[in-house]
Ligand binder design. Structure first.
Ligand SMILES: Cc1ncc(C[n+]2csc(CCOP(=O)(O)OP(=O)(O)O)c2C)c(N)n1
Ligand SMILES: [Mg+2]
Length: 756
């Protein structure tokens, strides 16, 4: 590498490190005094012994220069308010090698320093322009082909680059999931959208490698490969030795990853394309041919700071900065170009300036393109909904022969059997979804042979075998990462989260990742799924908090998702069909919240009355998103809004209230918790004299808050109104649980207050 100037010239004390690095390049070329070689022909090694040919090198170097000038352009135009993002790729341009040596159909989940990777991948398809596309993204223009101006993301539909959020490491589980999905497709005869021998690529920084979400993905990949199951994921750790301002201990990445069980480690010098190319090629070849998880430790450096806002000079010495800047891989690439004779000083400087000009010209053009100026445009891809198509799809029932085979005979079809409880009807509905969608997969903890802890998935494994129904390792983040991976590959995943408390454990995989994909890709990518979560309180004599968690707040404010909660078997079956249809038709991330305490509930008013058993709805019946179930529609003395366990409680309380106060009570089972049907709530509030909201969730941020807001906003807040809601606490064990959760008596007591 080039020597550090001594003494350090005055210009190196410049606060603007982008200017310093820019000048460094120019000066380095101007001052180069080596002996130029005879320019190798396209197919010859760029330097003796290098696996990288002159053609490879020439294009890689150009990609590196494009990436660098996009960074420089962003720094200049940020201050003019024409660019809105300055986290750059400078020092990481060696990642272009990974792009060159993989295919544009290998799904890529990229680190934010992937400018050169992208520029290189753009070469894989004709007629694409990395500079203009990136400029539109930097400028947050509506014409940005990656996100439609919603974020500066690296993304491309034709190039299989799925846009990532800024949450570091959160993309690793879904990259692992995508790798598993590529392999799973064959086992279920599903046609992949990409070649069968594709690999999933994900890149991330050295500091990010420590994150729990990253470690969980490594572990899951190792766990898989350890069992000799394929998981062709290429983890590319771009090690620049620092994370914002915190240095990674020297040798940490190598020492931590070199000897992991079932994770194959490769090291490549990303600062030197001629030297690093061979090892990058070996790692990729290894991953593709062995289908094993592969860890590519790519040496990089970070120049120009973490982002444009990071004035490194304020917290690091100039000497240190100068030393880091001397490791700039573009200086090394310039040396290779000059040494090999591929470029002369003049031709190289001319190329450098030419790319600079193109980047600024593109930025100028991007600045003139339209921005997002309407709210409706911003949110259009967030939660697409085609009601008619969803309805038709939910009611589509064209697999009668398969059903007969699965259920045993026509007589044994569940709609021909006696009424049953919730758990059985969910189970029947899942069997039906498996008949309807051959691309359905169901997975989670204990869901296969055992059929789940509450036997809700019993029989599915036997009927549909290992390839479609399987146990995962014990990790909710991975379960949801797998779901995203399967969805990316066109399947319909139905992951199970064993208890609501354990969704909270992995919430970001939905909140930050799955639910955001349509938004940040301008609806070009979708990861449709149906997540089943067992939860809510009232399991008599069992569990304590973590099995009776009643906090729905974490789901309520996730933009774009649909959350349904069925209190009875027939609704559950019809709701599942609608949720699956929302996923299939509109690509939605849907959540089915299962009230555990109602799984086996048979009676409503009296022991043995069987009033909570329901018939199985024929497969051509489904719910409409937002549609409530209303008991005693005409009753108007009191309306109770509720859901889940609150429904049978409210129905019982309604009887007691009628006896006590003579009021006819209407009970509205909302069924759909996200989004809440505000209009429906307003209508019912309007036509009743009094209102009670029964929310088994918590006092703060529970569904009840949303219901009451809807009532108030509809102009009915002045009516007599009470809320019966859980306490802001964890749920205690045994009978004490009923102290913190609302019960039948609390509802009657609320009516008593209204009667005063
Ligand atoms: C989960 C999460 N925590 C914190 C951050 C803030 N953050 C952004 S980048 C970064 C450092 C990442 O360093 P590294 O992984 O080494 O990547 P580099 O920037 O060095 O390429 C931090 C702490 C984040 N984006 N996500
Ligand atoms: Mg780093």
């Amino acid at each position: 590498m080039n020597a550090i100037p001594n003494p350090i010239p005055a210009r190196h004390k410049n606060v603007n490190r982008a200017e310093v690095c820019d000048q460094n390049f120019v000066e380095f070329v101007q001052n180069w005094h080596g002996k130029p070689g005879r320019a190798p022909r396209a197919g010859e090694p760029v330097l003796p012994e290098s696996l990288c040919t002159a053609r490879d090198f020439g294009e890689l170097f150009e990609s590196q220069l494009i990436s660098r000038h996009l960074d420089l352009m962003a720094r200049v135009l940020r201050v003019k308010n024409k660019v809105f993002y300055t986290i750059g790729s400078s020092g990481h341009e060696g990642n272009a090698m990974v792009a060159r040596l993989t295919r544009h159909t290998d799904p890529a989940f990229l680190h934010y320093r992937s400018g050169a990777f992208m520029a290189e991948r753009f070469r894989k398809l004709p007629g694409m322009d990395p500079i203009m596309d990136s400029a539109l993204s930097f400028a947050a223009s509506k014409d940005d082909p990656a996100s439609g101006g919603r974020h500066k993301v690296w993304g491309s539909k034709p190039l299989w680059v799925l846009p990532q959020t800024s949450t570091i490491a959160s993309h690793l589980p879904k990259a692992f999931g995508t790798a598993v999905a590529i392999e799973q497709a064959r086992r279920i005869a599903h046609a992949l959208p990409i070649p069968e021998d594709s690999i999933a690529i994900c890149s991330f920084g050295d500091a990010s490698a420590n994150h729990a979400t990253a470690q969980t993905a490594f572990n899951a990949a190792q766990w898989t490969a350890y069992q000799k199951l394929p998981a062709p994921v290429l983890f590319v750790c771009e090690d620049n030795g620092i994370g914002i301002s915190v240095k990674t201990p020297g040798g940490w990445i190598g020492n931590s990853f070199r000897n992991r069980e079932s994770l194959d480690y490769f090291y490549a010098d990303g600062l030197d394309v001629a030297a690093g190319y061979e090892e990058v090629a070996r790692a990729i070849y290894h991953c593709r041919t062995t289908r094993r998880p592969t860890f590519l430790h790519l040496r990089t450096t970070r120049i120009m700071g973490h982002a444009g806002t990071d004035f490194e000079i304020e917290w690091r010495s100039v000497d240190e900065l100068v030393a880091v800047e001397a490791t700039d891989p573009l200086l090394r690439s310039a040396a290779i170009a000059l040494e090999s004779g591929l470029e002369t000083k003049d031709s190289l400087l001319a190329k450098y300036e030419d790319i600079r000009k193109k980047c600024f010209a593109a930025a100028d053009e991007a600045d003139r393109r339209p921005k997002l100026t309407k709210l409706a445009d911003v949110v259009a891809p967030l939660a697409p909904y085609s009601p008619e198509k969803v309805k038709a799809e939910a009611k589509r029932a064209d697999c009668s022969e398969k059903r007969i085979a699965v259920f045993g005979s026509k007589e044994k079809l569940p709609e021909n059997l006696a009424p049953r409880h919730l758990a059985i009807q969910i189970n029947n509905a899942l069997h039906d979804l498996f008949c309807k969608y051959p691309e359905t997969l169901l997975f989670g903890e204990d869901v296969a042979q055992k059929g789940g802890v509450y036997t809700v998935t019993k029989g599915l494994h036997k009927a549909f075998r290992n390839a479609r129904v399987f146990n995962t390792l014990l990790d909710e983040t991975v379960i949801l990462g797998l779901a995203q991976g399967f969805a990316n590959m066109g399947m319909l995943p139905i992951p199970e989260i064993q208890y609501l408390a354990y969704f909270h454990n992995a919430c970001d995989q939905i909140r930050g990742e799955a639910a955001s994909l349509q938004f940040f890709s301008n609806n070009q990518y979708k990861n449709p799924m149906l997540v089943r979560i067992a939860g809510l309180g009232y399991q008599r004599g069992f569990g304590g908090h973590f099995h009776n968690d009643n906090s729905i707040a974490a789901l309520r404010d996730i933009p774009g998702i649909v959350v349904g909660c069925a209190s009875r078997g027939d609704d559950a079956a019809m709701m599942l069909r609608t949720l699956a249809a929302l996923a299939k038709v509109d690509g939605r991330v849907t959540i089915f919240l299962e009230p555990i305490a109602l799984y086996m509930t048979k009676d409503l008013y009296e022991p043995g009355d069987g009033a909570w058993l329901t018939s199985y709805p024929a497969p051509d019946q489904a719910l409409v998103l937002g549609e409530a179930r209303v008991y005693e529609e005409k009753a108007g003395d009191l309306v109770i809004f509720t859901y889940g366990n609150g429904v049978p409680m409210s129905l019982r309380a309604a009887r007691a209230i009628e006896k006590k106060h003579g009021w006819k009570t209407r009970v509205v089972d909302l069924r759909w918790l996200v989004p809440l049907n505000d209009a429906l709530i307003g209508e019912h509030a309007k036509t009743a004299k009094r209102i009670i909201v029964v929310d088994e969730g918590r006092h703060s941020a529970g569904v009840g808050e949303g219901v009451i807001t809807a009532i108030v906003e509809a102009g009915h807040g002045a009516k007599p109104l009470r809320r019966v809601v859980g306490v802001d606490t964890y749920t205690p064990l045994a009978g004490a649980a009923l102290l913190v959760l609302p019960g039948d008596d609390d509802i009657v007591a609320a009516a008593d207050v209204l009667a005063r």
